[in-house]
Design a protein around this ligand. Structure first.
Ligand code: ATP
Ligand code: MG
Length: 472
């Protein structure tokens, strides 16, 4: 019984038809997920054979009949409590029975929600491209997408940490790109820095080389662990600096501090893959992420975290609380929608890449449906390549002073102890250590050796005087 043949059966009204089809789709998918099929040699599968279905109007119930004489797995598997439970959960906790009798089984789904004539639905466009000349003025404006009432832009300060979920290929990474490039066209590296965790290893390669990178893009679990540790340390450092000036936010700090700090946006794509890859380190990674998500905001550190697999336990713990903004791309099951948004709904989105439900805590009770902006690689490149060429000094005033001090007073030795002494009150030892490690990774300092300080290289020396690296 395919969905096509279901369409031809009986004289049922379209509403009943639609509900039955939807229910059938969910029941069938759940049975497949529970392994009720047999793989064939050619890679296709032999699944349970469906014979038909019938509605029970007054009870808002449907029965789906299947042939168990030709079941590809043992009958016990089908009548297993856990299968039953899973089908029920997938249907949003409805009552479900599975009965087997003489080679025929019935799956009965009961108490389905009342049938409602769908309102004449307005539809969203299936593709909208991001016109960067329309990025609104204002601090850190982010595009969520186009809704029924037009484009939706929100300041990052309002959105706070963002959680993005959805199954493979519906536009999560593209959505992250739209956020990044919108920020990049408006904010220089003095105001905004980014850290990117890209476990696939190549998705964010176009952002390499922009002057806004706080650290090198992390592409594996070890690099991600190191980066997150640095970020936690940065958060604590900032906390101390804020406390010293008696302020509690980045804006307040920058209003009075002699050296303003940039907003730090941390993008973590495919967080579940990352956790899986991290193996035994996963718990530690997760703790760092949770700390950053829950406490980073006050220090001007904001996270955007995406996953393709919102079903995993790891993700569930991370997702609970903490994220003020949640974005769900289409998912197959109501439960996945629940993990991401805290409610069902994303399973009913049209299967269109870029289609999403967005929920901003404290803004609206119900999620809004949007079509996310589409950008191809060329559009991203147009922004990032231009930035790499623009003459930004990659060093802050303080960093420049540090290099000059090391060159002029310490014979080019980037000696942490001596610099920490001379810059007391302006930069902490920990921050200096991290800076040294980051510069070493970029090849700006020679590698550390036991008992010997890192040396300032020609590149860094040039950057500190002219703001430009030597060519060739
Ligand atoms: N907003 C959009 N509008 C139209 N098409 C889109 C949009 N976003 C993504 N797509 C299409 O979907 C494809 C997959 O997008 P993307 O890589 O962003 O998805 P993803 O969810 O990150 O996938 P994966 O889970 O595999 O990482 C894109 O190559 C593009 O063709
Ligand atoms: Mg992706």
């Amino acid at each position: 019984m395919s969905e096509a043949t279901m369409e031809q059966m009986g004289e049922l009204n379209t509403l009943t038809m639609r509900q039955a089809q939807r229910t059938f789709r969910l029941v069938r998918q759940t049975l497949l997920n529970r392994g009720l099929y047999q793989p064939r040699k050619d890679g296709t599968i032999r699944e349970v054979e469906w014979l038909g279905w019938a509605p029970w109007f007054d009870e808002r119930a449907y029965v789906f009949v299947l042939d168990t004489a030709r079941l590809p797995v043992s009958i016990e598997k089908l009548t297993d409590e856990r299968v039953l439970h899973q089908v029920s959960t997938t249907l949003g906790g409805r009552r479900v029975q599975i009965t087997n009798h003489r080679g025929i089984a019935w799956v009965v789904a009961m108490d389905l929600p009342p049938l409602k004539e769908p309102q004449a639905r307005r539809t969203l466009p299936n593709q909208v491209s991001l016109d960067l000349s329309t990025v609104p003025e204002g601090a850190f404006m982010l595009p969520l997408g186009v809704g029924f009432d037009g484009p939706v832009w929100r300041p990052l300060g309002e959105l706070d940490c963002i959680l993005v979920g959805g199954v493979r290929g519906f536009g999560k990474t593209t959505f992250l790109f739209s956020l990044l490039v919108s920020l990049l066209v408006r904010h220089g590296p003095g105001e905004l820095q980014m850290a990117i965790v890209d476990p696939k290893g190549f998705d964010f390669v176009l952002f390499d080389g922009i002057p806004h990178l706080w650290a090198e893009r992390a592409t594996d679990a070890d690099a991600a662990a190191a980066l997150l540790a640095d970020l936690v340390a940065e958060m604590e450092d900032r906390g101390e600096q804020f406390a010293r000036l008696g302020v509690r936010s980045l804006d307040a700090f920058n209003a009075v501090a002699p050296e303003p700090l940039p907003l730090l946006l941390v993008v973590v794509d495919e967080v579940t893959d990352l956790m899986l890859e991290a193996g035994r380190q996963a718990a530690a990674l997760q703790r760092k992420l949770i700390r950053l998500v829950s406490k980073g905001r006050a220090a001007g550190i904001v996270l955007v975290v995406a996953t393709q697999n919102p079903k995993s336990d790891v993700f569930d713990t991370l997702a609970r609380g903490n994220f003020r903004t949640r974005i769900a791309f289409p998912v197959p099951e109501p439960n996945m929608s629940k993990t991401i948004l805290g409610r069902t709904g994303a399973e009913q989105l049209a299967d269109v890449p870029g289609r999403m439900l967005a929920l901003v805590e404290g803004q609206s009770r119900e999620p809004v449906e949007l079509q996310g902006y589409y950008l191809d690689d060329e559009a991203v490149k147009a922004v990032t390549a231009g930035l790499a060429e623009r003459e930004y000094s990659p060093l802050t005033g303080l960093e420049r002073d540090l290099v000059i001090q090391a060159v002029e007073e310490l014979d080019g030795a980037f000696n942490i102890d001596r610099l920490a002494g001379r810059f007391e009150g302006r930069i902490s030892r920990n921050r200096l250590k991290r800076l040294a490690r980051a510069w070493e990774r970029r090849g700006w300092l020679t590698p550390a050796q036991v008992g010997v300080s890192r040396q300032v290289t020609e590149v860094l020396r040039a950057l500190s005087t002219t703001g430009d690296a030597p060519r060739g």
